[in-house]
Every structure is written in C-alpha cells, then in structure tokens.
Design a protein around this ligand. Structure first.
Ligand code: BGC
Length: 753
C-alpha cells in the first residue's frame, strides 16, 4: 500500500510526511487516507500528553505505571524481567492509543556525571545491548513500535545540541556502537532516534556514514530514523544522510526547503521518496497493529505489582555485616525525608505521572505490623543543615537498635539538560548520618540516586548499604521487601562506583571544551579503565550481595572451529550455599591477546541470572563466538581475531572472578602489507626480509663493509622507524629508490608463503 499511496501524493505532500504534524503526531494526509500516528516518551513509562500538552510541560501527562528507570533495570541484569516490563509498557501504550514508545536509551555511561545517566543502563556495551533488546522485544510484542535512542555517542548533556563527540574508530565500534548494533540486529526496533550531538564534527542527524552506511547498509536496518526532538539543523543534509522523519513539526518551514531543493535539482527526488515511503510503511504497520483487538485499559494493580517485583530485583546490596535482613521484632527507626517523599525517577522528557506511589515508611509500617519511629532529618531541596530536624532524628535513632537512614540526591541535582559537577551527597545529609551513627544505633543506609554517588568517606559508618537507585512508583514497597527479607537482593552494579571522581577515566576531558569533547580514554571506559590501571574502586562493576552465598565450580570450556567460525561453549556449576532462596548473576569476562592494540584486561561478554533454592545447584551455559575474542582493527576496518591465549573468567563481579580457563586462539596474524612507506623495522621483521635488504644495501667493495651500517644491530635499532623510501636518500644506505616497489612486492610475497 505505501507505494500506491506515494504515487498519488504531490511533492509537497511527500515532503510533509517526513516531518511531524505536531509535537507527538506524524503528518496525516486525509485526502490520501494517511492517518497520523502518536509517538510518546519513554523509556520507563508511557508519557502520553493530553491533546495540546506542550513539550516543556513534561509533568503533564496521563497517569501511567512508572516502572524502574533504566539505571535500575540495568542493575537487574535480567533480560526476562526487562522484557516483561517492556510488554507491560506496550500494553499501556496500546491502551493510551500510542503507536510508538520513545525508548530504550542505550547510550554508554561514559562519565558518572552525565545528568541523564538515570535513563541509561550501563557503562558496558554488552549489558546495555542485551537489556535494550529485551525492552524492545517486550514493547513490540504488543504491536507497539519501540525507538532505540540516542544514536550515537550522546553521552553528556552539556552543550548536547552542538557538542562534537570526538571518538576514534576503534572506540566507536567497541564501546559506543555495539549496544545499538545488538538491539537493531536482534530485536529489530521499528525506529532509531538520531542524537542531538555531532560525531567527529558532523551532526548525528546529518551523518551519512552513521545513518546510511553503517545503520542501513551494514546492519540491515529497515525502519525509520527519527530525529531527536529539535535535532535537525539542515533538513536537506539530514534527509540526504538518511534521516526519514524530523520531529516535532517545524511548522512547514523545513518541508518547504525540501521542496525547493528538489525543484532546484539539489536533492534527488528518489531520496525524498525513500524517506516518505519508510514513514508510510511505519504508519501502515502501526495502524494495522492498532486495529487488532486489544484489551481496553490495563490492569493498573497488576502493573504496579510488576513494578514492585522489578524494583526489588534492581536494588543493589553494596555491603552488609549481617544487620540485614531486619526481623519484625527489631526495634527499627527510620530517618530521612526520602522514606516519606520518595525520589523514584529523574527529570526531563522521561518523567511519568504515576498511577500510584509507594513510600518506604508506609510500606515498612505494613510489613512490620507497627509504626516505626520516624524523623525526616533534612529537607531534600535544601543543602544547609537544619538543627531541629537533626536533633529530632538523633533522638529517634538513639532509641532504636537499627536505624534505616534514607539518603540520596536532591531532584534538582540530576536531570535531562545538564550534567552534575561532583559525585557527593549533600553535606546536610552526611552531617545527619554522622550524628545518627554517633548514637550507637546500627545504621542501614538506603540510597536514592539516578547517577552514581561517592560512598568513600562515609560508608564505614553504615553496617549495611542498599543502593536503591531510582526505583519507579513501587520502589518504596520493594525496598521494604528487601530490608525485611521478603525479597532477597539480587541487583548487581551496572557501573563502577569509584573512590573519587578524579579516578574516573574521562575526568580530564568530560564534558569537553570549545564545542568538542575528546574521548581520550578510548576503549578504557568504566571497569575497563580501573582494571587496566589496577586501581582501587569503591565498589566494582558487577558487584552486589545477597542474603545467601553462591559457590562456583566445574568450569568447562568446549572450543570448536577456528577464526570466524570459532565457538566456545562455557559452562559452570553454581550452588546456593546459604539458607535462603536467591538469585545469582553469573558473569563471563574475556581477556584476549593482541600484538596490535592495547586491549582491556577483560571484558563482559555474557551473563545470566539463575534462581536457586538453598542447597540447589544448576549448570549455567553460555556461548562465545569469534567476535567475543576480537577487537575492531581501525586500519583493516573490521573485527579482528589474533592468535594466542585468551582467558575466560566466570565470576560474581569484574573483581570477583571465581573460575578461569584458557582458550587457544588460532587465526592468521593480521597481515602487514609492506610499501616503500613502511619503516625499516617492519621490513626487517618479515622472515627473509632482512636478507633481501642485505642483498640490496651493499656498499662499494672498497669500503670492505658487507652491507649498509643501517642493517647492523645498532643501526636497525636507531633507524628502525625510518620509512624505507626516506632511508634510501641517506648517505650510507646504498639503496636504489627506483627499486623499492619491486622489493616491496618481493618481501610481500615472502609474507604470504
Ligand atoms: C529527548 C528524547 C525524547 C524527546 C521527546 C528529547 O529532548 O532527548 O529522549 O524522546 O525529547 O520528548
């Protein structure tokens, strides 16, 4: 049908299809029977704005379930759970007449300071990709399109509409693109959203390599590329580069520029038709699905229960000396305004109006069956200390065996649109913590924050720390479940908690200067950096405690095939050694060799979550392929496997590796092709190469020297980096410049023998 429709449209109508009709609607063309479809944020709830809702009024939307934001879902390390959340999001979108949900966001947490980290899953591309794909599959299983965003390299908010992310090719392919690649190739999202920023000088929305060569031609993406809201700078350039749909409406202005460009011959009409055709395909697909019978409304209670179940699997127990879980008989006090007024999501376009909101205080009351002593302790929006509130908190804590102290970041500290400048909790909250701890009560800290906060300096005051991130509307109930052992903590850190901001790899370059941000740390992002420099961290990537313990045994590595066909099957037996049912996140890290580039010590390549009853054990299995041992070779411009010994670790965190085994990789070493430009050392390194040079570089007989002094051991060391073409000009080289091409062919032939 799209082709037939397209044929009946005027040039102006075709152009109009490739931009929005309003903030959230695509352009309808009534005359041709083309309806509008509705796009809504995303990602952790449906932000359906009532007709006329303005973009900046993000807080005005229809009530919807506020599921745990990505920062929390990332810590679940549970693709099945994320898929179920996606299904629920899809059901709500259907019921609210939304055809496309704008999410998930799979950008990498390059710096813990990014103001929007709460909307992203992880510092690791594999984890981000697997969870992003799970969310897309869940949403789309309900006949609603998902839109993976923000493509690509949108890793900060500072100057986000103009900044140029300066990233070398290897780093792009190994860190910033794999999550998108995985989502696009395995879950097939209906849309991809291009980012606001520039990538190496070119706007992502106008980037032909990114949007066409890579996304469509190499990855096979068939859907619609939509701009982030207001990301288009030059509409003609964007369309040419592969952007199909500009959002929101530009009031017709940029449509007219497309028409003018076609009429003046600057824009090939087929390029416009291809984009308009893809938008028509999307509209057709969305309306076909929307017409299928679907339940009207959704089970708000059921979704709230799912939000609670999910939240309980996202919180990360960072430390515990045994104080947790609490027993109903414990004399417990609760301190901190966040227990009564929860922080459960971040600010900006992902803001959801929840259907209900649980708070920890009410939920503890319900669970423990009595009224816990409570004092707010601080005012979240204020940084100054409040002596009366502190006194009251000290009094309350002084009478309790255990005090749960709820701390976290004030809402204004983290939002879309700006970055943080430090990792500290507010000084008034830390002062409160010190005073509470000084009463002698045992302290359990519960944290609410979307971006990482620094714990070094105060965590010694706490007997236990539960990192609650932002847990969505049912977070209060989930936290109560975890504190009282109704649920067993099973979240794991999806990002490193550093000891200091200064230890983070992007410290010196984030958020850039003079319009550009140089990703100077390269592939060494997050744990890849900390492990490479052997640095201490607060809590490592992958870490998280449980109320039970797990044993790891019987690692087996079964290797088949070589090179591109390599498959390594990994299995290990995990046993619940404790007294409670619990879930373990089994993590597989690979450290692979390279003579060509500096590689991380080890990288997460697979993971799985397994639930075990006390005493129960299970064999968990993973499959690794050649890609998991490869690196992206920037000169060959492809993934490259090098021969040598790789190590496969199976463990409970990036720093808690329980089992390790070796895999012998066989592959052709990456071929060096010699040219006259190649340095002397490369020529000499080829078996037989030195002999060829010795034959050619002969001084006249009267010198008595067998060959040029540059070919002696010291000569080779000193002049090894000189390209042969330039060496030939030196006195004493005795090399005929006209013979170089022929010599290169001769030595290259030796190489391929
Ligand atoms: C955000 C996107 C969002 C869009 C629509 C932009 O400001 O970057 O993530 O989907 O607005 O609200």
């Amino acid at each position: 049908m799209p082709d037939r429709v397209l044929a009946r449209l005027t040039l102006a109508e075709r152009a109009s299809l490739t931009s929005g009709q309003s903030l959230w609607l695509t352009q309808a063309i009534d005359r041709a029977g083309v309806p509008s479809i509705t796009l809504s944020d995303g990602p952790h709830g449906v932000r359906r704005q009532p007709a006329g809702g303005d973009h900046l009024g993000v807080e005005h939307s229809l009530p919807a379930t506020c599921f745990p934001p990505a920062v929390a879902l990332g810590s679940s390390w549970d693709a099945d759970l994320v898929r179920r959340v996606g299904e629920a999001l899809g059901r709500e979108a259907r019921a609210m007449d939304v055809q496309v949900l704008l999410g998930p966001g799979v950008n990498i947490k390059r710096s813990p300071l990014c103001g929007r980290n709460f909307e992203y899953f992880s510092e690791d591309p594999h984890l981000s990709g697997v969870l992003g794909a799970a969310l897309v599959s869940g949403v789309q299983s309900q006949g609603v399109g998902a839109c993976v965003k923000h493509f690509a390299a949108n890793n900060q908010e500072t100057d986000r509409l103009r900044i140029s992310a300066e990233i070398d090719e290897r780093t792009l392919h190994e860190i910033y693109l794999p999550a998108f690649h995985h989502v696009v190739t395995t879950a097939r999202p209906w849309l991809v959203m291009s980012a606001y920023n520039r990538l190496n000088g070119v706007y992502a929305s106008e980037h032909p390599w990114l949007l066409t060569e890579l996304l469509r031609e190499q990855w096979g993406f068939r859907g619609v590329v939509v701009s982030d809201w207001g990301a288009v700078d030059d509409r003609v350039a964007a369309l040419r580069a592969g952007l199909d749909l500009e959002m929101p409406s530009s009031g017709g202005g940029t449509d007219a520029s497309l028409v003018a460009a076609v009429e003046s011959g600057r824009l090939d009409p087929e390029v416009l038709d291809a984009a308009a055709g893809r938008v028509l395909d999307l509209v057709e697909r969305a309306t076909r699905h929307a017409a299928e019978p679907a339940p009207t409304g959704w089970d708000a209670g059921g979704h709230h229960r799912l939000a609670r179940e999910a939240a309980a699997q996202c919180a990360v127990l960072l430390k515990n000396d045994g104080v947790l879980p609490l027993r109903p008989a414990d004399r417990v006090a609760i301190v901190g305004e966040f227990a009564r007024t929860p922080r459960y999501q971040g600010a900006g376009s992902s803001h959801i109006v929840p259907t209900r909101l649980d708070d920890l205080l009410t939920e503890v009351r319900a669970l423990a069956g009595r009224e816990p002593a409570f004092a707010p302790g601080y005012r979240p929006a204020e940084t100054g200390r409040c002596p009366e509130l502190e006194e009251e908190a000290v009094r309350v804590a002084g009478g309790a065996e255990v005090t749960v102290v709820c701390l976290g970041l004030p809402a204004a500290d983290e939002s879309e649109g700006y970055d943080r400048t430090h990792l500290e909790l507010p000084a008034n909250q830390l002062a409160l913590l010190e005073r509470v701890a000084a009463t002698g009560t045992r302290v359990v800290v519960v944290l609410s924050n979307g971006g990482v906060v620094r714990l070094a300096g105060w965590d010694h005051l706490a007997a236990a720390v539960l990192e609650g991130w932002l847990l969505g509307q049912a977070g209060g109930g989930a936290l109560a479940d975890l504190l009282y052992g109704v649920a067993n903590p099973c979240g794991r850190l999806a990002e490193t908690i550093p000891l200091r901001l200064e230890d983070t790899p992007s410290y010196l370059t984030f958020p850039g200067e003079l319009g550009a941000v140089r990703y100077g740390e390269g592939v060494f992002v997050g744990y890849r950096h900390h492990d490479a420099v052997g640095g201490q961290v607060g809590y490592p990537f992958g870490h998280g405690l449980s109320y039970t313990r797990f044993g790891y045994a019987d690692l087996e590595l079964d290797q088949q095939g070589t090179e591109e066909d390599l498959v390594v099957r990994v299995s290990a037996r995990i046993t619940n050694l404790g007294e409670r049912t619990g879930r373990e996140v089994v993590q597989v890290y690979v450290g692979a060799p390279s003579t060509q580039v500096r590689r991380p010590e080890r990288e997460l390549r697979a993971f799985g979550k397994v639930e075990l009853a006390p005493g129960e054990s299970a064999v968990v299995r993973f499959t690794l392929t050649a890609r998991d041992f490869s690196f992206y070779h920037p000169l060959r411009r492809r993934w490259t496997l090098e021969p040598g010994t790789a190590v496969v670790h199976v463990g409970a965190s990036s720093r808690d590796l329980r089992l390790s085994g070796e895999v012998t990789l066989t592959a052709e070493p990456p071929r060096v092709v010699l040219t006259p430009e190649s340095p002397l050392a490369d020529w000499a390194a080829v078996p037989g190469g030195l002999e060829v040079l010795r034959r050619e570089m002969r001084p006249p007989a009267e010198t008595g020297q067998p060959h040029s002094r540059f070919l002696s051991d010291s000569g080779l060391r000193m002049a090894g980096s000189v390209p042969l073409r330039r060496l030939a000009r030196f006195p004493g080289a005795y090399l005929d410049p006209d013979k170089l091409e022929r010599l290169a062919a001769e030595v290259n032939a030796l190489l391929s023998r």
